[in-house]
Structure formats: structure tokens, C-alpha cells
Design a binder for this molecule. Sequence first.
Ligand code: AMP
Length: 393
Amino acid sequence: MKRTIEDLDVKGKRVFLRVDFNVPLDESGNILDASRIIAELPTIKYLLKKGAKVIICSHLGRPKGEPNPKLSMVSVAKYLVQHLHCKVRFSSSAIGKEAKEKVNELSDGEVLVLENIRFYKEEEENSPVFSAKLAELADIYVNDAFGTAHRKHASTYGVAKLLPNAVGFLMGKEINTIASVLENPQRPFIAILGGAKVSDKLKVVHNLIQKCDTVLIGGGMAYTFLKAKGLDIGKSLYEEECIEDAKNILQEAENLNTRILLPKDHVCSTIFSPNAIAFNVKTPYIPNGMIGLDIGPKTIKEYVSVIKEAHTIIWNGPMGVFEFVNFRNGTKKIAKAVAKNKGKTIVGGGDSLSAINSLRLSDKIYHISTGGGASLKLISGETLPGVEVISDK
Ligand code: AMP
């Protein structure tokens, strides 16, 4: 068990709190959806109540190591002013003179928001010098950013090595819930994987076939597997360099007696566009010139019946191009079936969550994970640097 904030005496201490406030903003910098900040408030309020000086650090958007006023954490600081009953300060730099001065001005029970940590290229490089500069600001490090726990960055890993550390409430809930579900999963245990990039998920698929009874694959990643089986996939998305690995995974699953199910029919179009017209293709292979953009009715029926029988379910990634209105049916039907299941269901990943939320089904899911990539890696048995670096109790 990892040390949590409740195991530390934070009174009067400067606490560096790494959070995931990567919230969507409009052109004027207004926050469009504050759910990530709202979810973090219990950890912040707890630390404030205990008399800590809370230094908040997050990334926001993809500034690629350069300052970008449109992605400033000022918007977050303004939001916190309205939602916390304490003084909230802002530092326009995350390290150096200004940050140090602002930290020194903090009284117990006050908050300082640092500027977007990804304005510094050293963050993603996990630079030891940069980590040391961050560590200078604080006495204690707390990681509550589960969504970035699979990244070995300065603010998620490097700085944690230099200070006494703990996880916050959000991170604690993620790792404990996922661990408890996986410790002794009720069977059938199934995984549903979708999304575009098969290269990101090959290792996960490989790990999951060792643990699950059935793995259902949909979305763009299905086409690399179908091609690996020798089927024509028309103009569908696939990754040539992953074909060999996909073949090996299919073979290994067979040896392990784990079922990997792939689409048996598709919803296709000739173009990749929001206005694309949908054609049903009733075969597992796809005719020349067609692009597979969603799973078809036969596949939906088969996947739904597997989901119905399952007692433990992990779902990550859409079954089709969910953004295009004609190609979201598969993802919606899977979302409904997962929500209907009374077993332990864990859903992660932006598009899967959008599907669940748009159908107002989130209260029917056992655990909604705030970190798509991080939860998949954790579930499949990989260690997350941002968790591993935190001391055990
Ligand atoms: P990922 O980030 O890998 O989870 O992928 C999410 C993206 O996968 C979404 O933007 C979907 O539009 C995309 N996607 C799902 N199915 C397909 C498909 N058949 N072809 C191309 N992109 C897809």
C-alpha cells in the first residue's frame, strides 16, 4: 500500500501537489468542463484544513515545452479563488525567483498555483536539474495526477524522488479500486479495447490475454489484427510495423485459450469525414476503397452477448469514429451493455467516457477511471512510474 496524505503530518509544511488540471478551455480561457478540478477539491481541502501551504502544479494542453498564454494556469487559479475559502495566489513561473518568493509569501492554509509545467521542456525530459528546482519549493511531494502517472516526467517522478512523498485521495482511490478488482477477478473477466493506435496498446493486449478470458477488439486497432489474419481491410487504418506483433499475440492467445474477438462486419465509408455516408459491410473483410469506421450489427450482437455474461469488465477506447455521427452506434451500444452489467466494470479513456456520459450512464459504472492510458497500463500489470516512486506505508 502506498503512503497517503493521511499518513503525513502536513501542518505548516509546503506541499507540492501534482494534479491533473488539464481542463478544456475556450478561446477566452474560460473553463468549459471543470470536472477534473472538482474531483481534486477534497484533496486540496483536506491539506488546507490540516494547515498545509499547498503548491499546485499541473500541465494544461500541449504547449510542447514553450510558454503559451492561451494555456496559462491563470484560468485554473481564478476558478479556485471562487471554490476555495482561502487566499489563492498565482506564480507566472513554476521555478526560480518568482516561484520561490510566492511560496515564501504563503501562510498555512493558503494555495499557490504554479504556471503550466509543460511550458518547460525539461518537464517531459525528466531533467534532474529541473526536478531539483521544483523540489526547492516544497517540504513534501503529493501526486494526485493519476492520468499522468504513466509518464516519467520531472513533476510526476523526478521531484518525487527528492522529497518525502505520498499519494492524494484521487490517486489512492484509482490504485486501490483497480487493485481490488484485479486481485481476484470474478470470471468471466473480459477486456474491451478500441481506439485508433494499436502501437500504443499492443503491450496492453499482450498482458491482458494472460489475465482475461476474452478480449473484444474494435475501433481502428481492429484492422491491424484483421490484416494480421490475412483479411483485406480496404483503406482502413492500420499499422504495418505492428502486424508481426499482432500475429504473435493472436497465436499466443490461442495457446493460452484466451478468446480474442475481432469484428465480423463493419460500417464503412469511402472517405474519412464527418459527413461520410455509412455503408454496411456484412463480411469480416472490407472491399477495396472502403474504410472501416465502426463495428457492424453482427459484431455488436456478439460483443453485447459476451458483455452480458461477464462478471469483470475493463473497457477502454471507442469501437468506431465516435466523433462522426454516422459511426458512433457501436460505441453507444457497447456503452449501454457495459452499464447494464451488474459486475465490476472499469471504464477509462476520453471517448469511452464521453459515450457513457452522453448516455447519462456514469452512475451505472463501478469505477470510472480518470486516466485512460494509466488505468490500462495498471490493469495490464505494468508499473506506473508516478505510483512506483511513492513510498510504501
Ligand atoms: P485512442 O486515442 O487510441 O483511444 O483513439 C481514439 C480515436 O480513435 C478516436 O478519435 C476515434 O475517432 C478513433 N477511431 C476509432 N475507430 C476508428 C477507425 N475505425 N478508424 C479510424 N479512427 C478510429
